[in-house]
Design a protein around this ligand. Structure first.
Ligand SMILES: Nc1nc2c(ncn2[C@@H]2O[C@H](COP(=O)(O)OP(=O)(O)OP(=O)(O)O)[C@@H](O)[C@H]2O)c(=O)[nH]1
Ligand SMILES: [Mg+2]
Length: 254
């Protein structure tokens, strides 16, 4: 059995990659790593190849150019499912998602969701009780909290941290989600997949984490990315209330 896979998407993360891979390998030695690099100009892809050459549990996917976090994850999910990895974890390269919390995320699959059903998706949550943020200016925190709350209300999701990127999916859950219907390539990808997870009736739980602001390298976040996400959420929310188009999916009986 190939076991868990931690997917690390990278774009210009040369300063961060070796440390983060090492931390993942120490925190969860049973997990393999897949670095998904979009031809980073700073040579992150070459460094990833060196790390893979030194450790058989580290793999690299090279993509031809920067085409967004969502596209990178969708490619990685396909790679992981074809090889039998389970569960599949999303983790940023910049240290914001602490690898030391991987055991807690993975352990949550042993529990049950709010309706006593099996857990299909574990969210490393900043806004669940016990979750924390380190080194964020107040305005950034309020923007993120506000965005997350807007998504929660609009889409009527019970999840506190709807935009979290630190997540673990059961392989089977990814198969049940209609990923071909996920078109958001920017950061709205996290909301898009949460919405699809909900539509597929997945068992979702949140595990509190401490989110640490990146220390090195540059953020790829932009106003355009936020607007892309909020625009889509508004459309989905209104459609689910007033539209005829809402697909009805069987949700698991408790
Ligand atoms: N492969 C790939 N990785 C990307 C792309 N855009 C961002 N990433 C990676 O996705 C992860 C999250 O990106 P960040 O720039 O940290 O975005 P963020 O965490 O929302 O923003 P900050 O809070 O400012 O760090 C990092 O590991 C990036 O290197 C992309 O287009 N392709
Ligand atoms: Mg980041």
């Amino acid at each position: 059995m190939p076991g868990p896979l931690v997917v690390i998407p990278t774009y210009n993360e040369r300063e961060n990659l070796a440390t983060i891979v090492d931390r993942v390998r120490r925190a969860a030695p049973e997990a393999s790593v897949l670095v998904v690099d979009d031809a980073s100009p700073d040579g992150t892809g070459r460094l990833a190849d060196e790390l893979a050459a030194a450790d058989a549990a580290v793999h690299v996917m090279h993509r031809p150019g920067k085409s967004g976090l969502g596209a990178a994850y969708l490619d990685a999910f396909g790679w992981a499912l074809a090889r039998g990895y389970d569960p599949i974890v999303q983790l940023d390269a910049d240290g914001s998602h602490r690898p030391e919390e991987l055991p807690a995320l993975l352990a949550a699959f042993e529990g049950t969701d709010a309706s006593d059903g099996p857990v299909d998706l574990v969210i490393g949550s900043r806004w669940a009780p016990g979750g924390r943020i380190e080194n964020w200016p107040k305005h950034r925190e309020w923007l993120s909290r506000g965005g997350s709350a807007y998504v929660r209300r609009m889409l009527r999701l019970p999840t506190r941290d709807t935009t979290a990127g630190y997540r673990a999916f059961r392989a089977d859950a990814l198969r049940r989600m209609e990923l071909t219907d996920v078109h958001t390539r920017g950061y709205g990808f996290q909301v898009d997949t949460l919405w699809h997870a909900r539509e597929a009736g997945l068992g979702i739980v949140e595990v509190p984490v401490t989110f640490v602001e990146r220390e090195r390298g540059r953020s790829k976040m932009s106003v355009g990315i936020v607007l892309e996400a909020m625009g889509k959420v508004t459309v989905w929310g209104l459609r689910s209330r007033f539209g005829r188009a809402r697909r009805v999916r069987p949700s698991r009986t408790p």
